[in-house]
Design a protein around this ligand. Structure first.
Ligand SMILES: [Zn+2]
Length: 185
């Protein structure tokens, strides 16, 4: 390690100490040339690659977001949260094993598609039918949110006053009643 003060190549380690969790090693060093001291930190490189979205933006792999999306795909299916968590953990480990700094977001979608059928066929079809037309996990998650919200809203509507299709017809009937042709008769 180069001395940051005089750029001498060879510095001496005085003391090595591991952080409580063992994630970081702190080394106290001394330069034999200028005698000044400094500290270095050694840590493992970020393991999970950055996700490159379709528009080129980069973002960190968001485990919680993927779990939330899968929970929605598995709604009312015999799949436990533990099973979903395990799928995501395995997927994340797979991403780390690739050893790349960046991977396209489509790769995550493909990995989910590969693993989901073993968990639940219906959840797979739900996921696949929407995901296939997007090819981008972020876009898919947004779309899925809209679908879920729409479903919740139409449920509220039907509780208030019958199915959506019937209600949609009502205004047309009113228009028909005020139609001059019809009034004549
Ligand atoms: Zn020095």
């Amino acid at each position: 390690m180069k001395c940051p003060f005089c750029s001498t190549d060879d510095t001496r380690v005085l003391d090595s100490r591991e952080s409580a969790e063992g994630a970081v090693i702190r080394r106290r060093r001394e330069c034999p040339q200028c005698k000044r001291r400094f500290t270095t930190f050694e840590r493992v490189e970020q393991l999970t690659p950055l996700i490159v979205k379709k528009d080129g933006r980069r973002e960190a792999f968001d485990r919680d977001k993927l779990v939330a999306g899968l929970k929605k795909a598995c709604e009312k299916r015999p799949v436990s949260v533990e099973q979903i968590e395990a799928l995501v953990t395995e997927l994340e480990k797979g991403l780390q094993d690739v050893g790349e700094k960046e991977i396209p977001s489509s790769k995550i979608g493909e990995e989910v598609m590969r693993r989901l059928p073993q968990l639940d066929e219906v959840a797979y079809v739900r996921f696949a039918s929407v995901y296939r037309s997007f090819r981008d996990i972020a876009e898919f998650m947004d779309e899925l949110k809209d679908i879920i919200q729409e479903k919740a809203e139409s449920k509220t509507r039907s509780q208030r006053g019958g199915p959506r299709s019937l209600r949609a017809v009502e205004p047309r009937d009113e228009d028909g009643a005020s139609d001059p042709e019809r009034v004549k008769k």
